[in-house]
Write a new protein. Structure first.
Length: 190
């Protein structure tokens, strides 16, 4: 019974469209546009912006695919993780308390900042026992090879973890070990 009513309603709609003079292509085009808008709003479609790499994990199969070209792609309700193609990591001198003469009293602590790419400068000990604080800035690029990007994603799971647990400790360890190979005077620059 419902089928007959539904068919009757659809027939009436078709007749009204013919009377209004709407060609079928316009209606189909409008319907297609509505589906695209609804898909974009509900997680069917996603955009990869220039300068980013998107890792998509399929909801149904768990397969991981890497999208490095800018443009629209089918998200299909999968989970999305975004990485910058290139980044900068800084170890810089933070705010320092000063005495009455303007001399620093306390060196900055290694407190975590909201921006994972910026940390306090690195404290080092030279082979003559002198202490120093090194400021570092380095840039990095992620590999273009999708297989290598997949391994990076598998190990670090997101961009912040890549910086905090992968890149920053490596830089810090390199600076500390290098400082131990020289004395304070050799490291001094003007």
């Amino acid at each position: 019974m419902e089928t007959n009513e539904t068919q009757g309603t659809m027939n009436k709609l078709g007749e009204k469209m013919k009377q209004a003079g709407l060609p079928g292509k316009v209606v189909l085009g409008s319907l297609f546009a509505a589906v695209l808008v609804a898909g974009a709003a509900t997680g069917l479609l996603e955009t990869n912006k220039a300068g980013y790499i998107t890792v998509k994990q399929s909801l149904l199969t768990g397969d991981v695919s890497i999208i490095s070209e800018p443009g629209l792609f089918c998200q299909c309700f999968g989970s999305i993780t975004k990485y910058h193609e290139a980044g900068t990591v800084k170890f810089a001198q933070m705010n320092i308390d000063k005495d009455a003469k303007g001399m620093p009293i306390v060196r900055p602590t290694k407190a975590k900042e909201k921006n994972p790419g910026i940390s306090a400068d690195i404290e080092v000990r030279f082979n003559d026992g002198g202490l120093g604080w090194i400021s570092v800035m380095t840039m990095f690029d992620l590999p273009a090879d999708k297989e290598k990007l997949g391994l990076i994603h598998q190990k670090f799971r997101n961009y912040t973890n890549l910086i905090v647990t992968g890149i920053k400790p490596t830089i810090e360890e390199s600076v500390v070990l290098t400082a131990a190979l020289m004395n304070s005077g050799e490291s001094y620059t003007t």
